[in-house]
Design a protein around this ligand. Structure first.
Ligand code: PRX
Length: 642
């Protein structure tokens, strides 16, 4: 099935088919000129003359973009718009309660960000210091990111759904001395005790000196003397002038923790110049954005999508960006579409998991609304099944709006593969092809490059400006994780198919990373949470297809000798994981496993566990290398029936 580019789109788009082909050619033939011109979209204090210095080989590894350029991200996202657009709306905040919304102009954003930057400074934060942001979806979350950028501090946003344990791990890993949080968060009519979570986390974080507490609900929260400060009190005394700190293009901008296939989450580090070039360019090109249009990305700023496509990309482009505190089904299943009508949203960007959940409720909640303002739809975070794509296109977009299915990762900083709405015919479920200058390749397990229509592992053979630069505090882990499986190439961890027309179809992770409702989670993290329970001896976790979440979490648990399996223990373990990591890690299935299938050298054979979880029992493959093949029979016989 092919949806051609609508005529109006081919005519009006920033990037039509011709422009796309020309950009691809230029990026190939004159990469220096191509990438240099792309940097020209930002305001530089000192424009870069050194454009790209990259080697992905371990012996002389380096990734440097625009390395002699000097700029400030917050000045690019705010100050440069003040001359002509001070009174344009930068952020539209839509509260959890449909009666609560606010518009923040670029002039106000400037004031608020400067004020918060001065509060940070007054608390001793200086250039290069790390600040942890643990805030709900309120404007202060964006202010805090931009305030860090303004003074050269490095932010680490931790999703407000993460547990105290997850939070403390992330605070300690990057050694933050300041944490900014809120008294409580509000989502779907429920309150989330953020300050209490911070208090619990900080029992294990000796390095934190100050906690700023933003007032969201006004709930009474205990304050620790000498450490905790009500943000509004400090802000009242702070000046609204704060000069942006000149930053080198390769100075760190932020750290964002993400799950890998082994060990604890890694601190993905992005730098200043290349990241912002990529965020701003992809936001404009992919969404065909023009100032004045209302754009809404439904992600949370705790994830990279919120960083790049709620805050940095849109604001760098002078956009009006909607920031939504709530959830798609509160107070009713029409909420997304009501918000679109309320704010006349033209461009809407969401995740397949939300679409699948809403699709289940039928078409009536959508059709009750007008959605006449919509002209472009986007999808991100996981493969979108053609059924959900077609529903999105026909029901939400009334067959009039192209869909951009954007493939990217925390590591990539911004979109790498997507159709461009004025240039590419759409195939439901395909991320189409690379942005100009991005070099995907499909390889087999041995690294042999696969040509033509084929399926393999997705690698990128060259860098792009928004690429992560290191794993915070562990450069070796960065190189080992991404550049040694296929030496000299960046390994994405994704599988991918390329069809006869050259369209790319992401098939999902090929490593031990789960994608649960678009949230990335390492099986190792869930396993270590489970084995931390005093009654658990061993655990193995795999994903299985889930109709709404994309992937569900299937846990095989071996209990300590003498411990009786019971329904109440099952519930206790589910609760335990929620508390250890956060609700996104809630196990869907727990199967009691008297033993786990292991090789004679003791390695768990996950391939078999995956097949059992997927209920592909005829297809277990070779079990002859198992130390004890009978454990498989037991697991099959007692399959938990997801
Ligand atoms: O498997 C891919 C999937 O999400 C992973 C990256 O997750 P994260 O770093 O949390 O970033 C999510 C937001 C960019 C990828 O390795 N993924 C992301 N977008 C798509 C996707 N899979 C298929 N299609 C997409 N459009």
């Amino acid at each position: 099935m092919l949806f051609p580019v609508p005529k109006a789109w081919a005519e009006r788009a920033h990037v039509n088919a011709e422009a796309l082909a020309a950009a691809r050619r230029r990026a190939d033939e004159d990469p220096h000129g191509y990438w240099k011109d792309l940097a020209g979209r930002l305001d530089w204090i000192t424009p870069p003359t050194k454009i790209k210095d990259v080697s992905l080989r371990t012996e002389d590894f380096r990734i440097r973009w625009y390395e002699d350029g000097v700029l400030n991200v917050s000045a690019n996202c705010i100050d440069r718009h003040l001359r002509h657009r001070a009174n344009d709306v930068a952020l539209i905040w839509e509260g959890d309660d449909p009666a609560a919304s606010r518009k923040i102009t670029y002039a106000e954003l400037h004031e608020q960000v400067c004020r918060m930057a001065n509060v940070f400074k007054a608390q001793g934060v200086t250039k290069g210091d790390r600040v942890t942001i643990y805030l709900p979806m309120i404007p202060e979350a964006a202010y805090a990111m931009l305030a860090c950028a303004r003074i050269g501090a490095v932010h680490s946003v931790v999703f407000a759904g993460f547990s105290p344990d997850s939070l403390s791990g992330r605070i300690n890993d990057c050694d933050s001395k300041l944490v900014i949080t809120a008294d409580e968060g509000v989502r779907g009519g429920k309150r989330i005790p953020l300050k209490a979570n911070v208090d619990a986390a900080l029992a294990h974080c000796p390095g934190v000196e100050k906690v700023l507490v933003v007032t969201r609900t006004g709930a009474h929260v205990p304050l620790t003397a000498g450490r905790d400060i009500i943000y509004e009190h400090a802000a009242a005394k702070a000046s609204i002038h704060c000069a942006p700190e000149p930053m080198n293009a390769e100075d760190p901008l932020f750290i964002l923790y993400t799950s890998g296939s082994t060990g604890k989450p890694k601190g993905v580090l992005h730098t200043t110049g290349g990241y912002l070039v990529w965020a701003s360019w992809t936001h404009e090109a992919v969404f065909d954005y023009r100032p004045g249009e209302v754009y809404w990305c439904t992600a949370d700023i705790g994830w990279v999508t919120g960083h790049t496509y709620i805050v940095y990309g849109p604001l760098a482009n002078g956009a009006t960006s909607v920031m939504f505190e709530g959830v798609p089904n509160y107070p009713c299943n029409s909420r997304f579409w009501q918000v679109i009508d309320k704010h006349k949203v033209e461009i809407f960007y969401t995740a397949p998991t939300a679409l699948r959940a809403l699709m289940r409720e039928g078409e009536a909640p959508v059709e009750r609304t007008s959605r006449a303002s919509l002209r472009l739809l986007g999808s991100v975070g996981e493969p979108i099944n053609p059924e959900a794509w077609l529903w999105y296109h026909r029901v939400v977009g009334e067959s009039r709006c192209p869909i951009v299915d954007t493939w990217w990762q925390t590591e990539t900083g911004g979109t790498l593969m997507t159709p461009l709405p004025g240039a590419d015919a759409l195939k439901p479920g395909s991320a189409c092809g690379p942005m100009p200058g991005v070099k995907p390749e499909l390889v087999d397990a041995e690294g042999v490059v696969l040509e033509g229509a084929t399926e393999g592992n997705l690698v990128l053979t060259d860098s792009w400006p928004g690429q992560m630069r290191t794993v915070y505090g562990d450069h070796q882990r960065f190189i080992e994780t991404y550049f040694t499986t296929y030496p000299g190439k960046y390994f994405t961890g994704d599988g991918c198919r390329r069809d006869a027309d050259g369209y790319y179809w992401i098939t999902g992770r090929v490593d031990d990373v789960l994608n649960v409702s678009g949230h990335r989670l390492g099986t190792a993290e869930v396993e270590s949470a489970l084995v931390a329970h005093p009654r658990v001896a061993e655990a193995a976790v795999v994903g299985y297809p889930h109709p709404i979440k994309g992937q569900g979490i299937y846990c095989y648990v071996t209990l300590n000798a003498g411990v009786e399996a019971s329904e109440s223990l099952r519930k206790e373990l589910i609760d335990w994981v929620r508390r250890e990591i956060g609700p996104i890690a809630t196990p869907d299935v727990i199967q009691w496993a008297p033993g786990l299938p292991k090789t004679r050298s003791g390695k768990i054979m996950r391939r078999i566990l995956r097949k059992i979880a997927e209920n592909e029992l005829e297809n277990l493959g070779d079990t002859s290398t198992l130390a004890d093949p009978s454990v498989v029979d037991d697991l099959v016989k007692n399959r938990a029936g997801a």
